[in-house]
Design a binder for this molecule. Structure first.
Ligand SMILES: Nc1nc2c(ncn2[C@@H]2O[C@H](COP(=O)(O)OP(=O)(O)OP(=O)(O)O)[C@@H](O)[C@H]2O)c(=O)[nH]1
Ligand SMILES: [Mg+2]
Length: 691
């Protein structure tokens, strides 16, 4: 059946998500995140309304909410040409459209990486980055922020036929002169085997686009899933960005093989060159098992053949057999579209979906849960301290006023003098605080310089220089290892500097607490161990580009430059993260000082004002005391409410019903479009918390 001859059979992207296993589990994760995000928002709003949200806690809550709401889950499909990646994506994600959405039939090769996702700020549509942008050397990440460079086409999401038609653009090619093809990286005189065939007029065919972004409000994409469809090997080789940038940042890679071809040499090359990193969660699909069915042999025969082939694949790729999924994407798509449960079961796609649902989502959840609980603990401590401080001041003031009952005007005058003297005494702290600020800023700056972008660039450029100059690129691997040793030392240095800063701050704060009655507390400096882990991960991820077999590519200035940019952008994230943590931590201390200073001054002012009012009218005393009591009551209520808001966040975070829906069955099949399915399981997973 061709792409365009099928009518609209079901609404695409209906808000009621299709209840396939993977869909349901992802949906549950999405709901869990949304519920949690809402609880965090409640808490933030409450803290804000009660003036309990200092800058630091606000930053913490903001970034937590952003990650809960916005973090993407990237699943990449990688393979040699024509193994069935696009068809597999259709079967898993777009069967509810009732037709084939991604182009996937003979001769309809995907020519550029295609990223499917949903950004609600943008309209549904297709954005295509022209291939010529490669000449400028800017990385994809940089170009994402430049909308004027992208060619845009809106998509009518209500119409699957026009949606599928728009996606045809990912197959676009154009002809180019040999020179241009060379410059764009599609023609290599050294490795002619991968070159595109030459046309009659001496030109060659190259992809028209460098990257395609498809923005559609698909139920899964709306919940933060990003699907990456990649073109075959040739294009992978020509687009270092894909392998250096996009694949390492994917959370899961699905590597597709064809049962009709087995593991070919070029399949193995892709696997070895790009997918051996231990950091990736990898699944292998042995697609097209329908091709192994021989009508003349008994079915057991082809089953045994499939099993044997899986064993073989697992051995060759050095993976456990459980990670190899034999299936037929074509049969699965057909089965889903026609509502044929038997065909879907025979396709064996549900086993892959089950594995993705069961292993992947709980993993992501654990990461987010830990992050939320950590943030809650930090905020709890800060806010609690602020509240305690406020209540203590109220108690002191109440006590002072209680002492005034039945006293005469002279006594009030005396108290006013005492407040004046105490204020003056207290204000002596400002000189000390000022001096502390100067030393603090200086030490912080030293740590920031250690971790700065310039320092990082210096190290990376030195390595690139060494590689560029090294004869036959023999020393590339060594320069690379040295770079990471140097970067580890940099992190160690920053850790040491922040330790020193903590000692300095602790001593100063203890003095302020002792002399002026502050209740300052310096939290432990951030532990940069996880940054070292990130560094190790990047090191492992990219080392494969420096082997001897890569010498030819390393010799290309364009590749080396892109490699440098990619490495810089990944390392920058780690270093900026580390320096951000140190800065935030150090701000909690200066923030505390500012806040307590402000509060204390306010308290002195309040004391003075209430005494003055009492002096003016004796009857004020009782009113004032009642006011103080009411204020304290409000704070006490806030404390209780805060506790319950916190508990709600924690409960929402640790809800463990995210397991698969109870009626999960790997053989679940989409019912025909006309039969409404109860929106059961997913909504039971996270019931709104009205506590
Ligand atoms: N028999 C059979 N053919 C399949 C199956 N899945 C895909 N195909 C066919 O294999 C060919 C390639 O499928 P695609 O999905 O376009 O493959 P791809 O990996 O995206 O290929 P490129 O975009 O060229 O890299 C098409 O003709 C599909 O119809 C399957 O499960 N069984
Ligand atoms: Mg394809």
């Amino acid at each position: 059946m061709s792409e365009h001859d099928r009518g609209m059979t079901a609404p695409l992207l209906s808000d009621e998500p299709e209840h396939e296993p993977f869909v349901r589990s992802l949906d549950a994760l999405g709901r869990w995140r949304a519920a949690l995000e809402e609880r965090v928002r409640d808490l933030a709003r409450f803290l804000g309304e009660h003036g309990l949200l200092d800058e630091n806690a606000e930053g913490l809550l903001d970034s937590l909410r952003q990650r809960l709401a916005g973090e993407k889950l990237v699943v990449a499909f990688v393979a040699e040409f024509s193994r069935g990646k696009s068809e597999l994506i259709n079967a898993i994600f777009f069967a509810d459209a009732g037709r084939r959405i991604m182009p996937a039939s003979p001769g309809r090769t995907t020519m550029c990486p295609v990223e499917l996702g949903w950004e609600p700020e943008d309209v549904p549509g297709l954005a295509l980055l022209p291939i010529e942008t490669r000449l400028e050397g800017a990385s994809l990440a940089e170009l994402r922020g430049q909308p004027q460079l992208w060619h845009r086409e809106p998509i009518d999401v209500g119409d699957p036929a026009s949606f599928a038609h728009a996606l045809d653009a990912v197959r676009d090619v154009r002809s180019a002169s040999l020179d241009e093809a060379r410059q764009l990286g599609f023609w290599s005189d050294e490795q002619p085997a991968d070159n595109p065939p030459m046309l009659a007029d001496g030109q060659v065919e190259i992809p028209r686009w460098r990257h395609a972004l498809i923005n559609v409000p698909h139920p899964l994409l709306k919940r933060g899933l990003v699907v990456l469809d990649t073109p075959g090997l040739n294009a992978i080789g020509a687009e270092p960005e894909l392998t250096v940038g996009l694949l390492p940042s994917a959370h899961v890679v699905v590597f597709v093989l064809g049962a009709d071809t087995g593991v070919t040499r070029s399949d193995l090359e892709i696997w070895r060159d790009h997918l051996t990193s231990q950091a990736l969660t990898r699944y292998v699909v042995l697609n097209k098992i329908d091709a192994l069915v021989d009508p003349l042999s008994p079915p057991e025969h082809s089953l045994a053949q499939i099993a044997a082939q899986c064993e073989q694949v697992a051995r060759t790729l050095e993976l456990p057999t459980e990670r190899v999924f034999p299936l037929s994407a074509r049969q699965a798509l057909a089965g889903r579209v026609s509502g044929d449960a038997v065909a879907l079961a025979e396709s064996r796609l549900p086993a892959l979906e089950q594995a993705l649902a069961q292993q992947l989502l709980p993993e992501r959840r654990t990461v987010l849960e830990r992050m939320t609980l950590d943030a809650m603990a930090a905020i709890r401590e800060q806010v609690q301290r602020g509240l305690l401080d406020l209540r203590r001041q109220l108690a002191e003031q109440t006590q002072e006023l209680e002492g005034l009952r039945g006293k005469n005007g002279g006594k009030v005058q005396l108290l006013l003098q005492r407040v004046g003297a105490e204020t003056a005494e207290f204000e002596q702290c400002t000189a000390q605080i000022q001096a502390l600020r100067v030393v603090h800023a200086r030490s912080l700056k030293a740590a920031m310089t250690t971790l700065s972008g310039e320092a990082l660039r210096g190290h990376v450029d030195a390595m690139i220089g060494e590689i560029r100059d090294s004869f036959l690129k023999l020393g590339a691997r060594r320069s690379y290892t040295q770079l990471f040793d140097a970067l580890r030392a940099v992190l160690g240095m920053a850790q040491h500097q922040s330790g020193e800063l903590r000692e300095l701050l602790t001593a100063a704060c203890n003095r302020l607490n002792g002399e002026f009655g502050f209740s300052l507390m310096v939290p432990t400096e951030p532990d940069l161990a996880h940054c070292r882990d990130d560094l190790a991960l990047i090191e492992r991820n990219y080392v494969q580009y420096l082997g001897l077999t890569q010498a030819v590519r390393l010799a290309q200035p364009r590749f080396l430059e892109q490699f440098r940019r990619m490495l810089m952008s990944r390392l920058r994230v780690v270093f900026e993260g580390a320096s951000g943590e140190i800065e935030l931590w150090s701000r909690t201390v200066s923030g505390q000082i500012d806040a307590q200073l402000r509060e204390r001054r306010k308290a002195f002012k309040r004391r003075r004002e209430s005494l003055e009012r009492i002096r003016a009218a004796a009857g004020e005393l009782d009113t004032r005391l009642a006011e103080l009591q009411a204020q304290d009551q409000r704070l006490a209520t806030a404390e209780v409410r805060l506790q319950s808001l916190h508990d709600r966040v924690r409960r929402a975070a640790t809800r463990h019903e995210l397991a698969l829906p109870s009626d999960f069955s790997p053989l679940a099949v989409r019912p025909p479009a006309s039969v409404p399915e109860p929106a059961a399981a997913a909504s039971q997973v996270v019931t709104p918390d009205h506590a």
